[in-house]
Design a binder for this molecule. Structure first.
Ligand code: NAP
Length: 307
């Protein structure tokens, strides 16, 4: 499935999971002419060259963005502002700058002021990922049937927004537009708070491991294993997410703590009805996600091979 390229020249700044998946997907679907790439470490650039990630890997961010029609910032949220200020002098008039950061309000505040007039800024966030990171972790199918949220800023050029949207659709994603504040609240519920809870649960189990002599690891059941997968996510990325989406995450964690206390009380007082009703409600949410095609109904999340 390939058509005419949407952009002649694309530059990817940061060459980790998301950038490498974008590269393979753009190439598979013929969405970009030449793709240049830059990563801050010599090691990542060498790996990228070795595995053919990007048509041209540059030794400076300025070289990578020179002449690019689209520049996508694929670095941790906390690094976006610094990268934007570094590349600003080399941006082509009329070019579009986008990003893939998991938090939007903070990225817009950090990047926006550095962009020269005549350069379009179209922030975006693909809701797709794995617990792996780095240049070798990407794959072309990562975005297929996943949402990618486009978060236009005030005064965003419509044609530039629609072109970024087309690029994501070309990579197999479903797209929607959202404002930054709403994005950050939705993501605090669906992604950020759940990650923090997983980190906490695995941390608690790690403390217990010393008491139970590794039984927590040895007999780890499906529920705990799923927490460990989430808690294996990149520490830099997630540190930055919590530091930059502080308000929304704290709001959701406040509500979470209240619900947790209510469940704790139900357990202590033997209120089975409360527990049963609660679990019935949550089970329906799982059904909704499967019906929306955002996960598999296979036992053990499809890990157990059939037949
Ligand atoms: P990743 O695999 O860890 O790659 C990050 C890349 O950014 C690397 O090339 C790294 O360079 C570079 N980098 C790190 N710190 C930097 C700094 N201070 N200055 C310049 N470059 C720096 O990360 P990723 O998972 O692709 O995530 C990239 C962005 O996508 C993040 O903003 C994240 O919030 C967002 N995102 C992630 C996911 C996910 O599930 N992983 C999903 C959606 C969106 P070196 O390799 O040279 O260190």
């Amino acid at each position: 499935m390939s058509g005419a390229p949407i952009y002649k020249r694309v530059a990817l700044i940061g060459l980790g999971l998301i950038a490498s998946s974008m590269y393979w997907a753009m190439k598979r679907h013929g969405l970009a002419g030449e793709v240049t790439g830059f990563a801050r470490s010599q090691e990542t650039r060498a790996t990228a060259r070795e595995i053919g990630l990007c048509d041209r890997v540059c030794d400076s961010a300025l070289d990578a963005v020179e002449g690019a029609d689209l520049v996508v910032l694929c670095v941790p949220v906390g690094a976006m502002g610094g990268v934007a200020s570094e590349i600003a002098p080399a941006l082509k008039p009329g070019a579009t700058v986008s990003d893939v950061g998991s938090v939007k309000k903070a990225v817009i505040e950090a990047v926006g002021p550095h962009l020269p007039e005549g350069v379009h800024f179209v922030p975006a966030h693909p809701l797709a990922g794995t617990e792996h990171s780095g240049p070798t972790s990407g794959f072309a199918e990562l975005f297929e049937n996943r949402w990618s949220l486009i978060v236009p800023v005030e005064g965003s050029d419509r044609a530039a927004v629609e072109r970024v949207e087309q690029l994501w659709q070309g990579m197999g994603a479903l797209t929607d537009e959202m404002d930054a504040e709403h994005h950050d609240l939705v993501l605090a519920v669906t992604s950020h708070a759940p990650h923090l809870i997983a980190y906490t649960m695995v941390g608690v189990a790690d403390d217990l491991r010393r008491v139970t002599d590794s039984e927590v690891i040895k007999y780890s059941a499906a529920g705990f294993r799923d927490f460990t997968r989430i808690a294996a996510s990149d520490p830099t990325m997630w540190r930055d997410v919590f530091l930059t989406n502080r308000e929304a995450t704290l709001e959701i964690l406040g509500r979470f703590t209240e619900e947790l206390f209510a469940l704790q009380r139900a357990i202590r007082t033997g209120d089975g009805d409360h527990l049963f009703d609660y679990f019935t409600r949550t089970r329906a949410i799982r059904r909704g996600i499967i019906e929306a095609g955002q996960d598999t109904d296979a036992p053990d999340f499809g890990r157990v091979k059939k037949g």
